[in-house]
Design a protein around this ligand. Structure first.
Ligand code: SF4
Length: 158
């Protein structure tokens, strides 16, 4: 089971276009100034099966963003299976994490994720004008174009 705080359709601030945001419960990064401290509890929200989550995503039909909490602190096998299923259904996947990419580069779910928004939120580097991220240190990494030695940042075409 994956631990889900909420699934919210129609968000436009967590990646391009209208998307369904899956808010996973649990985060240990404790970034000062975190936008969502109520998401830190690993016992928060409710448990959902992969089937249940896919069914909700299919009902809405939007591309998908993993947020939280830190999605990469969920069970890696289950998150990978969910990501595989959503990719097979044709959804574009974005994932927010408090880890730097280099730290999670071997996470098996990354194979299915299109863009990783990485790094902790750093209050001193907060800039409200940034698109799809909160602080300057964070990167929107195009995982389909990136390699370990050549990180390519996602570019907006609008
Ligand atoms: S990684 Fe995200 S959810 Fe976790 S403490 Fe930092 S800003 Fe908050």
């Amino acid at each position: 089971m994956l631990r889900i705080l909420d699934i919210v359709p129609g968000t436009s601030v967590d990646g391009p276009g209208l998307r369904t945001a899956i808010y996973f419960a649990g985060c240990s990064h404790n970034c000062p100034g975190c936008h969502n401290p109520s998401s830190h509890d690993f016992a928060g929200g409710r448990e959902m099966t992969i089937e249940d989550i896919v069914s909700v995503i299919e009902d809405y039909g939007f591309n998908v963003t993993y947020s939280g909490g830190d999605p990469l602190q969920q069970d890696p096998e289950l998150l990978t299976e969910l990501s595989r299923r959503l990719t097979e259904c044709g959804y574009n996947l974005w994932c927010y994490t408090g880890y730097n990419y280099e730290h999670v580069i071997c996470h098996p779910a990354l194979k299915y994720i299109d863009v990783l928004v990485d790094g902790p939120f750093i209050e001193e580097q907060r800039d409200p004008s940034l698109i799809f991220k909160g602080s300057v240190n964070q990167r929107l990494i195009d995982l389909k174009m990136s390699t370990r030695d050549d990180i390519v940042e996602w570019k907006s075409d609008f």
